[in-house]
Design a binder for this molecule. Structure first.
Ligand SMILES: Cc1ncc(COP(=O)(O)O)c(C=O)c1O
Length: 406
């Protein structure tokens, strides 16, 4: 009997598993682990959204199968969001679809449009479903650097010249998980121009559209004229409204891609539970001060974390978007790589972070710190990290001297 399934063989064991197992053991031993490892919002969904759910669920008609591509009211609410936020008009009938979280949409669109052996361009490091959605679908993934500058465009050029067959799709994700990098509309315009010319589909993940600080709001690729000839964009309720468990996201843009996703989903699911969709509609159409509050909370945590780490001797760039700090491993520990460093931090400081290698080989010099612990616990974590770094002070000074002489 075949037990070595082809698809499963292409999925490496979960990279975070080792650190997670250690975290579980430490907790079982009674240790208080301060956990920055996950990108899982810790705050409750705003009350008016929860109320809409509980009100709607009283109506037994909502208990039936829902609509696979999303109830019309929710698709209209997404179109209204695009109009007011990006000045982009979207046809709710043909240019947007509701997904069971953006992750599901990404994975199913990948399988809808991919033939085995297709070459797909994916940033590295990246959120795991970006490469693995396509790997599950049988594609070959070619990495491109995540830095949104000249090197990115050069990597695209090289990919088109050297890939056989030529790439069929490109994944983008700005603001980026895990690096928190951002791009402007000029960048999107260049990429759209390039991909239109080379007939490459673009799947852009805008999950962090509304989680930004001290900057102008991140743009949508659909603002670029002609983008919808080749691009779709994924947005999500998870981070904007603290609704990660509700599993609601959207895919909007190119009709052919939306059509493909609609078709495949019509075979796979009956849509999200109707009360969840009604509550999501209320979230998008209702008061948006809850989103300001969510942003303010992450910003406060970010400032406490980044200032505190700097004072403890760990210089980490301050993210201007997302709910993550992408922290370079301090020089004295670089040689360990991100898994061993994360394990050391857990053992010595009772602080859990996500090792950068979990996001791809180019992430191994970093760890990702999620802004998912409150300010009080973040301060405690900083104290722990400070005494951990203090303990290794000699090692650090030696490494600093070595760096300075090279
Ligand atoms: C970049 C990115 N895309 C998508 C997702 C998944 O979002 P959803 O909850 O909508 O599936 C996440 C979640 O962390 C993410 O970081």
């Amino acid at each position: 009997m075949e037990k070595d399934f082809h698809r499963i063989r292409r999925l490496p064991p979960y990279v975070f598993a080792e650190v997670n197992a250690m975290k579980a053991r430490a907790r079982a031993d009674g240790q208080d682990i301060i956990d920055f490892g996950m990108g899982n919002p810790d705050q409750p969904t705003p009350q008016h959204i929860v109320n809409k759910l509980t009100e709607t669920v009283q109506d037994p008609r909502t208990h039936r199968y829902s609509n696979s591509r999303g109830i019309p009211g929710l698709r209209k609410a997404v179109a209204a969001y695009y109009e007011r936020r990006f000045d982009v008009s979207i046809d709710p009938e043909s240019e947007t679809i509701v997904t069971l979280g953006s992750k599901e949409g990404l994975a199913n669109l990948a399988s809808a449009i991919t033939s085995p052996g297709d070459v797909i361009l994916v940033p590295n490091p990246s959120y795991p479903i970006h490469p693995f959605g396509f790997i599950i679908a049988g594609a070959s993934v070619r990495n491109v650097p995540v830095t949104p500058d000249k090197s990115f465009m050069e990597a695209l050029e090289r990919a088109v010249v050297h890939s056989v067959p030529k790439p069929t799709a490109l994944v983008l994700n700005f603001p980026n998980n895990p690096t928190a990098e951002l791009v402007d509309l000029d960048f999107y315009a260049q990429v759209v121009d390039f991909c239109r010319h080379h007939e490459i589909w673009i799947l852009s993940d805008l999950a962090y559209a509304e989680i930004y600080f001290d900057i102008t709001p991140p743009p949508s690729i659909l603002q670029v004229p002609g983008a919808r000839d080749i691009a779709v964009e994924f947005t999500s309720m998870s981070k904007t409204y603290n609704m990660p468990g509700w599993r609601i996201g959207f895919c909007s843009g190119n009709r052919t891609l939306i059509g493909a996703l609609t078709r495949i989903k019509s075979y796979l699911d009956y849509g999200a539970f109707t009360p969840v969709q009604v509550a999501a509609t209320a979230a998008l159409n209702g008061p948006q001060d809850c989103v300001d509050d969510i942003r303010a909370l992450y910003k406060e945590r970010r400032d406490v974390l980044i200032d505190g780490l700097a004072a403890a001797g760990w210089q980490v760039p301050s993210p201007t978007a997302t709910m993550f700090a992408w922290a370079p491993i301090p020089p004295a520990f670089q040689h360990l790589g991100s898994i061993e460093f994360s394990k050391l931090l857990l053992a010595e400081a009772q602080v859990a972070v996500a090792p950068g290698i979990g996001f791809g080989e180019h992430g191994d010099g970093h760890v990702r710190i999620g802004l998912v612990e409150n300010v009080h616990r973040t301060r405690q974590a900083i104290r722990n990290i400070k005494s951990f770094l203090g303990k290794y002070q000699d090692v650090i000074e030696k490494a600093d001297k070595q760096t300075a002489t090279h």
